[in-house]
Design a protein around this ligand. Structure first.
Ligand code: SF4
Ligand code: F3S
Ligand code: FES
Length: 248
């Protein structure tokens, strides 16, 4: 079945822009990205949108749909009433390049600031057998597709540009938590999380978790445990040292 829908898409660049109205055909089974592609094919050839897989796996098509951060390729048109106006805007936290495409390099910068996995010297592949529970814990975090919807949503940076320098955001605090929970990692992640990556800015509002398309429990399984580890450590540094020694 086919019907016409009222789309409203933000068009512009880093200097200025506006919402532009488009009446557009919608067919059964389509997603928002299909409609954007139809607009490109029929009435707005120069409309910029970033996408790649159309399967919810590359994390490229992040936009805001009726104000909610979502993947355009995973948002079914059947989510909306046929007479609803669908407003599509670029991610608000990052600078606009053009139309629906934003510059997400903030996230690459934050990723580079986290030192990589640091096993103790002399451990050869095969020397250490990880417990299944440790494998499973990090596997959840590894589902991340780097769509940056959580980074875009967290109010610490969404409403406060000035916090960007000192806050890694939920995705990268989760990376630090993953490394800190790894029984072989020997770097002092807890001190860095607090002093360099802004863990203290997170007041566990859980908005990041709500928008994660991979349903990773970012707050409950990564951020809160990391905060607890930092608190334990603050009262007793031997707790941190002990946890590393006894796991080996
Ligand atoms: Fe996207 Fe979830 Fe990864 Fe955040 S944690 S970047 S919301 S997949
Ligand atoms: Fe932000 Fe998520 Fe913490 S939304 S405040 S990082 S729980
Ligand atoms: Fe790859 Fe949407 S196009 S996640």
């Amino acid at each position: 079945m086919t019907h016409d829908q009222h789309f409203r898409v933000w068009r512009g660049d880093e200097e200025k822009g506006e919402l532009v109205d488009y009446p557009v055909e919608v067919n059964e089974g389509e997603v928002v990205l299909d409609i954007i592609h139809r607009l490109q094919a029929t009435q707005a050839q120069d409309m910029a949108v970033r996408w790649n897989c159309k399967a919810g796996k590359c994390g490229s098509c992040s936009v805001e749909i009726n104000g909610r951060p979502r993947l355009a390729c995973m948002t079914r048109m059947s989510t909306f009433a046929e007479d609803e106006v669908i407003t599509v805007t670029p991610l608000r936290t990052f600078p606009v390049i053009r139309d629906l495409v934003t510059d997400v390099s903030f996230n690459y910068t934050k990723a580079r600031e986290i030192p990589s996995f640091a096993p103790p010297e002399g451990v050869e592949p095969g020397d250490y057998r990880m417990a299944q529970v440790d494998v499973e814990r990090s596997q959840e975090f590894r589902k991340c597709i780097e769509c940056y919807l959580c980074q875009n949503t967290c109010h610490v940076v969404r409403d406060h540009e000035e916090n960007k320098e000192n806050f890694a955001g939920p995705r990268y605090l989760m990376r630090i938590a993953e490394l800190d929970m790894h029984p072989l990692d020997s770097a002092d992640r807890q001190k860095a999380a607090q002093e360099e990556h802004g863990l203290g800015y997170c007041n566990i509002t859980k908005c990041c978790t709500e928008v994660c398309p991979e349903h990773i429990k970012i707050t409950d399984n990564a951020l809160i445990p990391l905060k607890e580890r930092v608190v334990d450590r603050k009262y007793d540094p031997l707790v941190w040292l002990g946890s590393k020694i006894f796991k080996r």
